[in-house]
Write a protein that binds this ligand. Structure first.
Ligand code: SF4
Ligand code: SF4
Ligand code: ZN
Length: 266
């Protein structure tokens, strides 16, 4: 059984695709890898040289830590696994960003100046704080690579989920239309031959089974394919949606290879 992937929608930040001929554990592994096991860069330490804004230092540090940063996985390694510095912090596992602003101004994520041109705020217009006339903010932020499983600030995948592929069958239907009236997704059409769901609408089915309940003669049956999953995912901007899916697949592959090599040694 060879896995099949059918991409339904793909944009810079989000994707919808059908993964078939795989088990539930594999589908869940991909979902989990996207939210927890693909490392990203996020601000971990902040040296505040001047802060006369209305925000406490801790509030500022928290806001900064949640700004998604474009992550270059080819250049940086998670700090805890850095063999160059042993986790102390070095150019292989961290990036410095500076910010200097004086009011009146609204400080945005795009005001962070990175020491690495490839590592920038994924969105330049996230508001950090409003400075009134005379207020100042001067800081250096240190970002390092970490995992979503350790903190939400390193979580690359957001709104990642899947459902089984719906299967709807209709037999001996008298076209009364009760099921169509009950369907919350309005995807059931009543044709002369009876009720049907157009193929392009099938993915919208939430498997709620209200249509089954509405049918007095059990003509409509809702089921699902145990080995096919409709995925939706979004990236926080640290990776493109495409790269995040690829990285998550690599993580799952790496875990499987690790297991195989352990079993080989037994
Ligand atoms: S299971 Fe729910 S969403 Fe799907 S066709 Fe039936 S009523 Fe509509
Ligand atoms: S499937 Fe049942 S409820 Fe729906 S139109 Fe046919 S007979 Fe009516
Ligand atoms: Zn290091």
């Amino acid at each position: 059984m060879t896995m099949e992937v059918d991409i339904l929608e793909l944009s810079d930040r989000s994707a919808k695709f059908v993964l078939s001929k795989v088990g539930m554990a594999f589908a869940n592994g991909i979902r989990r890898a996207m939210i927890a096991d693909v490392p990203t860069l996020a601000i971990e330490y902040v040296n505040l040289y001047d802060n006369t804004s209305v925000l406490y230092d801790e509030q500022l540090a928290l806001r900064l830590s949640l700004i998604p940063l474009v992550t270059d996985i080819e250049t940086y390694v998670p700090q805890a696994e850095c063999t160059v510095c042993g986790g102390e912090g070095c150019p292989a596992c961290e990036v410095s960003l500076t910010l200097s602003s004086e009011g009146p101004a609204i400080v945005h994520s795009g005001d962070l100046i990175s020491s690495d041109p490839l590592v920038q705020a994924a969105d330049a217009n996230i508001s950090i704080v409003e400075l009134k006339k005379g207020q100042k903010l001067v800081l250096e932020a240190i970002a390092h690579m970490g995992y979503g499983r350790d903190s939400v600030k390193w979580q690359a995948g957001i709104a990642c989920g899947y459902k089984n592929m719906p299967i709807i069958s209709v037999e001996n239907c008298d076209a009364c239309g009760h099921c169509a009236a009950e369907c919350p997704k309005s995807i059931i059409r009543i044709e002369e031959s009876g009720a049907m769901v157009p193929e392009e609408d099938l993915l919208k089915c939430s498997l709620c089974r209200l249509c089954e309940k509405a049918c007095d003669i059990n003509a409509i049956k809702v089921n699902y394919d145990e080995n096919a999953f409709v995925f939706t995912m979004e990236s926080d901007g640290s990776y493109t949606a495409r790269d995040l899916i690829l990285q998550a697949s690599d993580v799952v592959k790496g875990k499987a290879e690790g297991l195989i090599s352990i079993l080989d040694q037994l």
